[in-house]
Design a binder for this molecule. Structure first.
Ligand code: ADP
Ligand code: ZN
Length: 292
């Protein structure tokens, strides 16, 4: 059975794995993300000599996914300066001599869940991560969605809560986008403590759910996904998911109707692949990269 290399490239860590075509992860290591010069050789060492058929990369963005572009497969305007304009796909193709499938980290995670996880039964779904950043992977017709680029739905504009003690969001590009108001670092900035140390402060999670629910409502109204997955470090707060469902119902104001709305517990769900959704999605990207 062929083996595939899978990389979940994140701003904090690189998860390198080997998987098979059933999505089993046979080997997995995690390396801290340093500069490309320091990190890439270690990653390549992991994949070498493993007799892989192809490689798949789910990468922090923004990335260039336009195959007709001269910079296809590069990382674009990331705040991690050493990775800006880094041609990650080309580097892996050349060093390993393998076809490389490529997409955003969140599209990969959405794909992993769609192929092997909790969105298998539907064709159209989204995966939202609320962590160091906020990102959204979109699956339409069973495939990661790309248009003029990949979605950047972590940066949608959100109404600030009138009682938000923070004057504006922390995104350097937008005063009031979702990531700037609801990411883990924005929680830390607003309340002066790490998000994981604020579990016993109900006002923190009420406000967080208000923002995440606004985003969820907007995605429901624009994309009508059949199921929505919420992942990322901030969603480790167990109080969040029920609060988000409650806020979504309130904010929709009774406008949308149907089975999904009647049963938000099965519509807005947690991850199902134990934080392997990203690398499993990267395995699928690798499978898709094999010549037909
Ligand atoms: P990344 O986005 O870097 O891949 P994570 O998804 O783990 O990583 O997100 C990290 C963010 O999640 C940090 O801002 C951290 O404060 C927050 N976080 C991690 N664990 C928890 C928790 N149990 N409760 C609330 N926030 C958390
Ligand atoms: Zn923004």
């Amino acid at each position: 059975m062929p083996l595939f290399g899978a990389l979940e490239a994140g701003g904090t860590k690189m998860v390198c794995a080997v998987g098979d075509e059933q999505g089993n992860i046979l080997e997995r290591i995690s390396l801290p993300t340093r500069t490309p010069e320091e990190t890439v050789p270690d990653m390549l060492d992991f994949y070498r000599g493993k007799n892989l058929a192809a490689m798949g990369i789910g990468c922090f963005g923004p990335v260039d996914l336009d195959r007709s572009s001269p910079t296809y497969g590069s990382i674009l305007a990331t705040p991690k300066l050493s990775w800006r304009n880094y041609p990650i796909v080309q580097r892996f193709e050349e060093a390993l001599g393998l076809p490389v499938g490529f997409d955003t980290d969140v599209n990969a995670a959405a794909l992993g869940e769609a192929v092997w996880g909790c969105t298998q039964a539907v064709e159209n779904s989204i995966y939202i991560t609320v962590g160091t950043g906020v990102g959204v992977g979109v699956i339409i017709g069973g495939k990661p969605y790309h248009g003029m680029s990949h979605p950047e739905a972590g940066h949608i504009f959100i109404d600030r809560h009138p009682d938000d003690p923070m004057e504006q969001g922390i995104c350097p590009y937008h005063p009031n986008c979702l990531e700037g108001l609801a990411s883990g670092p924005s929680i830390e900035r607003r309340w002066g403590k790490k998000a994981q140390e604020l579990s016993d402060r109900p006002e923190v999670w009420a406000l967080e759910a208000f923002y995440v629910a606004q985003a969820v409502c907007n995605y429901m109204l624009t994309l009508a996904p059949e199921r929505i997955i919420l992942g990322g470090g901030v969603m480790h707060q167990e109080q969040m998911l029920p609060l988000v469902r409650e806020e979504v119902r309130r904010q929709l104001g009774g406008y949308l109707q149907g089975r999904a709305i009647d049963d938000l517990e099965s519509y807005i769900v947690p991850i199902s692949l134990h934080d392997n959704q990203g690398v499993m999605g990267a395995v699928k990207l690798a499978m898709n990269a094999l010549p037909a």
